[in-house]
Design a protein around this ligand. Structure first.
Ligand SMILES: [Zn+2]
Length: 129
């Protein structure tokens, strides 16, 4: 397969690897798009440009994933709505999972994990210090 055919998901992860969080913006309808894809889900255009979002967003929904004894601390799984209007599944770090609240302001950050770079969010503002 030619590199271009490997698709937008690969472009997204290659950017994360370099420390850049990118989302797409459609030239047809000017809306932002996430998860990375080839065709705009709003208007069907295939002219999607990569842009760097502000990284700011708010918690849209949040869940605490409780892990069994011995398998590690509870995890937070949150749906984050970015200022650009797209929502993505991630997690909020540096705050106890059960303290993550809907509407909480968060900022994107790229965490290094054993399986590669991962997009996570940290609380924004004074409560995140
Ligand atoms: Zn579009």
């Amino acid at each position: 397969m030619a590199d271009g055919e490997l698709g937008p998901e690969r472009t997204y992860f290659a950017a994360l690897q370099r420390g850049d969080f990118l989302i797409q913006k459609c030239r047809g309808c000017m809306r932002h798009v996430f998860y990375p894809r080839v065709v705009c889900p709003h208007c069907g255009s295939d002219t999607l440009d990569w842009i760097k979002p502000s990284g700011r967003g708010a918690v849209y929904s949040t869940t605490v994933v409780r892990r069994g004894r011995g398998s590690g601390p509870d995890l937070n799984v949150a749906l984050i709505e970015l200022e650009e209007g797209v929502r993505l599944m991630s997690r909020v770090e540096n705050v106890p999972p059960s303290d993550v609240r809907i509407g909480m302001k968060v900022v994107a950050s790229i965490a290094a994990t054993a399986s590669g770079p991962l997009l996570v969010f940290n609380p924004a503002g004074p409560c995140g210090e």
